[in-house]
Design a protein around this ligand. Structure first.
Ligand code: GUN
Length: 282
């Protein structure tokens, strides 16, 4: 079994991004909006800011109180859309419940040119059609991790467990672009283990602690764990029962230290792309 070390690979990617950023005539700038005080969101936002620092980007944080409201949130997005010094904008999900927030409306309000999360319908549509544009951070991070290990997707059976807009669906599109044969499974899938056992590359992205057990994995499979389940005491564990599954795999990602750091590296890549586009460099 080989570990796919996202911490190491993301560090390499960040060095390359920092190098490219140094050679740019503009300093890339990412604006991050966080509403409320969700502790997990706070950690993710801090990690994104830290990554910006590491690659020499400017980062702006807008920490809004829970009760800010949709209208004020949208007017901040509008202001950032019109600010030419801001290249990427993201609003950390989830937004607080019970205050009338509409997450999709916020995604639609962010200018597609600054949509580094790849959540706007135009960005998602371009992805589907194979047109140039931002790549969704977590799926792009998974592909970059496989590429770094020299694992080809072409002709492989890729099985994705989870159909979210953030991971499952865009992951399927990126795997398809690499000529994989893709299956998406979800909560209504019948005989799930039979399908997951067919996978050459199994991607778990359903958000259920240790859901993927050893019986669900083919010998020699590559297992990618996108899960981030927070335990009591702040520890993070994946959707894969790592202890029992690892022995069966050719490659597996740990949690933490697997896909998570790659997601942030791809966010930096998208922010760099946004800055280049704004400066007419690409
Ligand atoms: N919440 C969980 N993952 C993400 C992400 O990739 N982007 C944003 N904006 N919020 C998230």
């Amino acid at each position: 079994m080989n570990l796919l070390n996202g911490k190491e690979v993301s560090a390499k990617v960040l060095v390359q991004i920092a190098q490219e950023a140094r050679d740019l005539s503009v300093q890339p700038c990412l604006a991050v909006i966080i509403v409320g005080d969700d502790p997990a969101s706070r950690i993710y936002v801090n990690n994104k800011k830290k990554a910006c620092e590491q690659v020499g980007f400017r980062s702006l944080e807008f920490a809004l109180p829970t009760e800010t409201g949709q209208e004020k949130l949208l007017s901040l997005v509008d202001e950032l859309n019109r600010d030419a010094s801001v290249h990427g904008i993201l609003c950390q999900a989830p937004l607080p419940r019970g205050y009338g927030y509409d997450e999709r409306a916020v995604c639609r309000a962010i200018s597609p040119a600054k949509d580094v999360d790849c959540f706007h319908p135009e960005t998602a549509g371009k992805l589907l059609l194979g047109e140039a544009g931002f790549l969704p951070c977590t799926p792009a991070g998974v592909i970059a991790l496989l590429d770094d290990a020299g694992i080809s997707l072409s002709g492989k059976q890729v099985v994705i467990v989870g159909r979210s807009n953030i991971v499952g669906k865009p992951m399927a599109i990126l795997a398809l672009r690499r000529d994989a044969t893709v299956t998406i499974c979800h909560s209504k899938t019948k005989d799930l283990a039979k399908i997951t056992r067919r996978a050459d590359i199994l991607i778990a992205a359903l958000g259920k602690l240790h859901f993927i057990t050893a019986e669900m994995v083919k010998d020699g499979a590559v297992v990618i764990d996108v899960g981030m389940n927070r335990m009591e005491g702040k520890k993070v564990r994946g959707d894969v029962d790592f202890e029992n599954v690892a022995g069966k795999c050719s490659f597996i990602t740990p949690v933490p230290g697997g896909v998570g750091p790659m997601t942030i590296a791809m966010l930096m890549q998208n922010t760099l792309t946004a800055a280049k586009m704004a400066a007419n460099i690409c």
